[in-house]
Design a protein around this ligand. Sequence first.
Ligand SMILES: [Zn+2]
Length: 231
Amino acid sequence: MKIITYREMCNQEGVETIQRGMNFNLGSNYSVILMSVKKGSPYNDFISDDGRKVIYEGHDVPSNHAPIPKMVDQAKTNPSGTLTQNGKFFEAAKASLKIDNYHIVRIYQKMTKGVWVDNFFFKLIDADFIPDENRNVFKFTLEAINEIPDGSVVQKESLDDAKADHTRVIPSHVIQAVWKRDQGKCVMCEATDNLHYDHYLPYSKGGSSINPDNIRILCGRHNLMKSDKIE
Ligand SMILES: [Zn+2]
């Protein structure tokens, strides 16, 4: 998983800024979701134990629509009747269940100010609107895929079961623990740019994504050298 700056993230998506967490069809081909699963983050996003699935919580109504947004249901439509971001993702998820195509979403995970992790591509496999304490919220289920899509609609059949390590989302607390321990540098050469999170023992060989001892930071060069050795 690649570590990038905010600027690199925007450049990669061809936009000046990305200000919202949910960005339906940000490019023309797929949507972009920003995740921040740090303590104190306003939403209860969740990464499954094996890192393949992400449960992403929808967004609250803006504070100018309700005095306490956390006290009211998340909205599917705006007052004007158009779909909110919640609504757009929800409709896309439900449509794909009927027509057998999945909407594709790229997920970036915030590590610290201006520093992000590129988690690559996911298919949006389901959406729910469910009770959460005293109100209803949206929950979107996304599953990691291996392919880089060239269209927003990808045939189910063309999606292999993902095996590569880059389809594993590393939980945020692990990401942050490793960044601190390795001091934001390649552990081999101390380079500070073009960095990646590497599984010391690959996931496919039983390596863990949730144990910081199995994750380290490598530069692009050392990351490549490692994959050459494995193949
Ligand atoms: Zn290096």
